[in-house]
Design a protein around this ligand. Structure first.
Ligand SMILES: [Zn+2]
Length: 206
């Protein structure tokens, strides 16, 4: 009876010692985490300074580092990243992060006014970029088509501008050469003209 009581007491002691150890370990872990977070917040501060000095690419590197090294992204960071993205002309990214900031902080956020202002400009940027992309996709180049040269079937030679003479600028004297593409009247047939604009017309004497 006495012996089992002793064993019980010993167990209680061991459990409490372990509990103390665990607590200390936990505290140590928390402190380490706090130190790490403080170091990361310093990087964030330096990112903000770079941004304020107009060094947006440098600021971007720092901000991305912070994003990838914090457990949870502080709301201020969503604002700074959105703002810096705007200056880097990454408008879609800017809109995304600024919206996040406004969602997180509402109208009472420290940067609310500024966020709204930049957000509007970033949204304009997104629309413009989209329009530019659409214009690019619609670009149709003439050299993919056969051009109808009209009833005469002839075109004034674009190489010599119909003069039949090509002037090659020299150091001392200019050299005059007969145009290698057109006939003696300075004209091209329609077929030749189409070949020329596709870069397929061969010079006559070469
Ligand atoms: Zn010519």
């Amino acid at each position: 009876m006495k012996k089992s009581f002793l064993v019980f007491g010993f167990c209680v002691l061991i459990v409490s010692v372990f509990a103390q150890d665990r607590e200390q370990a936990e505290q140590f872990r928390l402190q380490a985490e706090q130190r790490k977070r403080a170091a990361i917040m310093q990087v964030l501060d330096s990112a903000v300074r770079f941004m304020e000095n107009g060094e947006y690419a440098k600021a971007d590197t720092k901000l991305v580092y912070v994003l990838n090294n914090v457990k949870s992204v502080p709301s201020d960071l969503t604002f700074y990243f959105g703002k810096n993205s705007f200056y880097l002309e990454k408008y879609k990214q800017s809109v995304d992060w600024l919206n996040k900031y406004i969602q997180l902080k509402g109208t009472s956020g420290q940067f609310y006014e500024e966020a709204i202002g930049i957000l509007r400009k970033a949204e304009d940027g997104v629309l413009k970029a989209r329009a530019q992309e659409a214009a690019k996709a619609e670009q149709v180049l003439s050299n993919a088509y056969d051009i109808d040269c009209g009833p005469s079937g002839k075109v004034v030679c674009p190489v010599c501008k119909g003069t039949t003479v090509v002037i090659k600028k020299g150091y001392i004297n200019d050299q005059y050469q007969t145009c290698q593409y057109c006939d003696k009247h300075g004209n091209l047939t329609c077929e030749e003209y189409n070949a020329l604009i596709r870069g397929e017309l061969k010079p006559k004497n070469q």
